[in-house]
Ligand binder design. Sequence first.
Ligand code: DHB
Length: 279
Amino acid sequence: MNEDAGSMKRIFKNGAGAVVTKSIGIKANKGHPNPTIVELEHGFINAMGLPNPGIKDFKPEIKELKKNKIPVIGSIYGKNIDEFKFLSEKMQEYGADAVELNMSCPNVQGYGLEIGSDIDLVKKIIREIKKSTKIPIFVKLSPNVVNIVDIAKAAEKEGADAIVAINTVKAMKIDLDLKIPVLSNKIGGYSGPAIRPIGVRCVYEISKNIKIPVIGVGGINTGKDVVEYLMAGATAVEIGSAIYYRGIDAFNKIIMELEEWMIKNKIKKIDEIIGVSQR
Ligand code: DHB
């Protein structure tokens, strides 16, 4: 077993309902040189540059996870319709339960955010994928656009099964002694608690305007943070940086806090709070 499947297994054992893979492309990619991630006061700034083994060599990772009956969401990135279509088909063939289209990584030219800001391209990619891929298609969007709602609506119209909001926020940190940006890529994406209000706003706006589920992500650290995303309209959440702040057991801790909050507030079913802030 390799390292990625191992860490995803640990996450699942510690309370996660499913795992999202790192974003996988057509070919192996080393990513940007170091430094690629730096901790700031209220989160992280990263420009990893989409490091990954390539879709072919990722097959054993998915197989290993599926052998353990772990629900897997395969994240993919491409530079055009053909790449996205090929990668979705491969994820399906390997046994992934859903595909997440990375249309929002701000760190590599020609990919991610550049695709996700072109509404016509977003539509064409989803339309083509839906012709040959039967597993659900999630579309992960960026807050670094003029109108995230328009893109979400377009994705829904073309048959996307869920929207994932948000990816990182474009940012920079400068080292005052060296007088240069700390990241080798200079600009990166900001994640962690600082971006939670941005994520909550995006989820609120998107879920008010579409019918497919919205998965909230960005700065979730506690059970109450989950409640906030659910009240904004999310029906599920993804968690990343909390693992750094609270350890691998972050998922179980967050679930316990969520349950405590529900008991204290006499909420019997999670459905009772989904989207309540919109009323
Ligand atoms: C990277 C950054 C992202 O925001 C993302 O969603 C995927 C990958 C990266 O730089 O590798």
